[in-house]
Design a protein around this ligand. Sequence first.
Ligand code: 2DT
Ligand code: MG
Length: 212
Amino acid sequence: MPGSVAERGAFIVFEGCDKSGKSTQCSQLVQRLNDAGVKAELLKFPDRTTTIGKMINSYLQQSCQIEDHAIHLLFTANRWEAMPRMTELLQSGVTLVVDRYSFSGVAYSAAKPDFSVEWCQQPERGLLRPDHVFYLTLSPEVAAQRGDYGTERYEKKEIQAKAAANFDLLKDETWTVINADKTKEDLSTEIFEHAMKVVDSSKQAELAQLWL
Ligand code: 2DT
Ligand code: MG
């Protein structure tokens, strides 16, 4: 079209506690978007494949200790190192579906004693701001039915409950809270329909920065 500027992709994030089905929903959304002719890629934080990500992986698997402030900053650095590539993909029209982001960074670190939400947000300031966040919540009953947590650090009821309370503090108008007690198929249809609207409304919008 003459005079039209290139359309960018949408930046869509999934947040929620463990076992909320985030990863499944992320993959299904990418699949459905691609099937609908929308170029989309799946990303995940922490990205355990980079040098920083490998340190985070060892920490989560409890094979090393890292001081609480230091690990918080490593999780953040793991996002900063991804910014150039994410910006390029979005600018080139690719929609990014991202499994966890800064909100997990803040929610889990601020669940530790003596950590404030504000302190945790500070190093995240200026990262790319998502166009939309799907926040998957799970009732404690359904969470219990889904079986035991794994053995990674943070996979404990008390920490998940504190993280959930912190997520609630971070919600804004760009979030949709989705009750994930429903079947996978119902959820995935609901999310896809909403995501298509986000893809549409993000095309001409400027990329923005988080918490500035
Ligand atoms: P996964 O189970 O999704 O791989 O997450 N976490 C995650 C943080 O503490 N800070 C962060 O910035 C991010 C992205 C949540 C592994 C765990 O890491 C936590 C669960
Ligand atoms: Mg996990």
